[in-house]
Design a protein around this ligand. Structure first.
Ligand code: SF4
Length: 338
C-alpha cells in the first residue's frame, strides 16, 4: 500500500489576467522508504506540487485533487484543520535555498530546539529515561551528528550567515527529521552546492531513507547527480507529468521525447564525445501558461510530432513506466539518431 497516494492534483493560480492552471492532474504515489525524483525544467510546476502536498496556504492559489491519501487516511474527508495537522505530523518540507529558509536572527541551536517534537503522553513512559539523560542540547547534537556535522558546538552557536551552504543544508535536514516524519520533501536540495557537497547531502538523505524508512520526494534538475540516488523518476513538462517510472526503465528506454532529450543532455555532459552521436538537445521554449496548446504541450518542440498530437495524449500505462505521448519511443531510441 502506498504511503502517499495523490490522484489528479490540480493547482490554479489567480492572476490579474485570470485563473491559470499551472499543475494539471498530477498523480503521485510513494511507498515507505522509497525515493522519488521530480525532474523537469524550471517553471514546469514541480515546486507547486510540493507546496500542494504540504497544502501551504496562499491566497491566490487553489488546490484540488480526486484523491489525497496519507498512510491510508483519506485527507479529503477531513476538515482543512485536521488535514494540515496530519500533514504537519507526517511530512517535512525543505524549501529551496536553506540559508534563506533559516531565520537569520536566531542562532542554530534556538532554531533546532523549536522544531523538536513535544512529548506525547503514550510515549512518556518509554521516553522518560532518555529525557532525564538527554537534554535539548544533547538531542540537538545527536541530530546534527546524524546529519554529518561533527563540530556541533560551532554550528549550534552560529547564525545562519556564519555557515556554508552545505552546513545550512545539513542543519535544515537535521531540523526536518527531528519530528521523525514519514515523508521528506526537498526542493532542489543540492542546487548551488559543490560536487563533493552534493554527494554528501545525497548520501545523508539516502541514509535516512534506508535506516528510518523515510520516503523522500526530491525536486532536482540535476539528474546526473541524482541518477543513482532515486528509485523512481517523474518528469514534468508544462504542469503535467509526461513520464514516470523506475530508474532502470526510464534511463534505459525512455518513452517520452522530452525525457529522452533530458537524458541525452545528461549523457553529453558526462561524456562530451557523445555529443556527436545523439540527436541535438532540446530547442525552443517552454509554453506560456496563458496560452497552453490544446494538444500535446510538448508538441511545438517535439521532432516526432504528427497531426494526432493536436489532441492531448492520455496517460498510457507501460510495464515499468507510464507516459503521456501518442508516439512513444521504442526500445533503444536513446542511442539511435532516427
Ligand atoms: S504526443 Fe506527439 S508531440 Fe507530444 S511528445 Fe508525443 S510525439 Fe511528441
Amino acid at each position: 500500500m502506498a504511503l502517499l497516494d495523490i490522484r489528479n492534483l490540480t493547482v490554479k493560480i489567480k492572476t490579474s489576467e485570470g485563473i491559470l492552471t499551472i499543475v494539471d492532474k498530477v498523480s503521485l504515489t510513494i511507498n515507505p522508504g522509497k525515493i522519488l525524483a521530480l525532474a523537469g525544467a524550471s517553471g514546469s510546476g514541480k515546486s507547486l506540487v510540493m507546496q500542494a502536498i504540504m497544502m501551504l496556504r496562499r491566497d491566490n492559489v487553489i488546490y484540488s485533487a480526486d484523491r489525497f491519501k496519507l498512510d491510508d487516511k483519506d485527507l479529503l474527508k477531513l476538515s482543512s484543520h485536521q488535514r494540515r495537522k496530519i500533514i504537519g505530523e507526517n511530512i517535512s518540507f525543505i524549501m529551496q535555498e536553506p540559508k534563506r529558509s533559516l531565520d537569520p536572527s536566531l542562532k542554530i541551536k534556538t532554531q533546532i530546539y523549536e522544531v523538536m517534537p513535544k512529548i506525547k503522553w503514550y510515549r512518556f513512559f518509554t521516553r522518560i529515561k532518555n529525557l532525564i539523560k538527554n537534554t535539548k542540547r544533547q538531542t540537538a547534537i545527536a541530530l546534527l551528528h546524524r546529519s554529518g556535522i561533527k563540530d556541533h558546538s560551532r554550528i549550534l552557536n552560529s547564525y545562519p550567515s556564519q555557515l556554508s551552504d552545505v552546513e545550512c543544508q545539513k542543519v535544515m535536514i537535521a531540523m526536518a527529521v527531528a519530528s521523525e516524519p514519514k515523508i521528506l520533501l526537498l526542493d532542489e536540495p543540492i542546487v548551488n552546492l559543490e560536487i563533493a557537497s552534493r554527494f554528501q547531502v545525497l548520501k545523508l538523505l539516502d541514509k535516512y531513507s534506508k535506516n528510518d524508512e523515510t520516503s523522500i520526494i526530491i525536486i532536482s534538475n540535476d539528474i546526473a547527480s541524482i541518477y543513482n540516488f532515486a528509485d523512481e523518476f517523474a518528469f514534468m513538462y508544462a504542469g503535467q507529468i509526461v513520464e514516470r517510472g523506475t530508474r532502470e526503465q526510464i534511463f534505459k528506454n525512455p518513452r517520452h521525447p522530452y525525457t529522452a532529450s533530458l537524458i541525452r543532455s545528461m549523457m553529453e555532459m558526462n561524456n562530451p564525445d557523445n555529443a556527436k552521436k545523439f540527436i541535438p538537445v532540446l530547442t525552443g521554449k517552454h509554453p506560456d501558461y496563458k496560452h497552453m496548446p490544446i494538444g500535446c504541450r510538448f508538441g511545438a518542440r517535439c521532432r516526432y510530432a504528427k497531426r494526432r498530437c493536436n489532441n492531448m495524449p492520455e496517460i498510457t500505462m507501460g510495464k515499468n513506466s507510464q507516459y503521456r505521448c501518442h508516439f512513444p519511443l521504442p526500445d533503444g531510441a536513446l542511442y539511435s539518431d532516427d
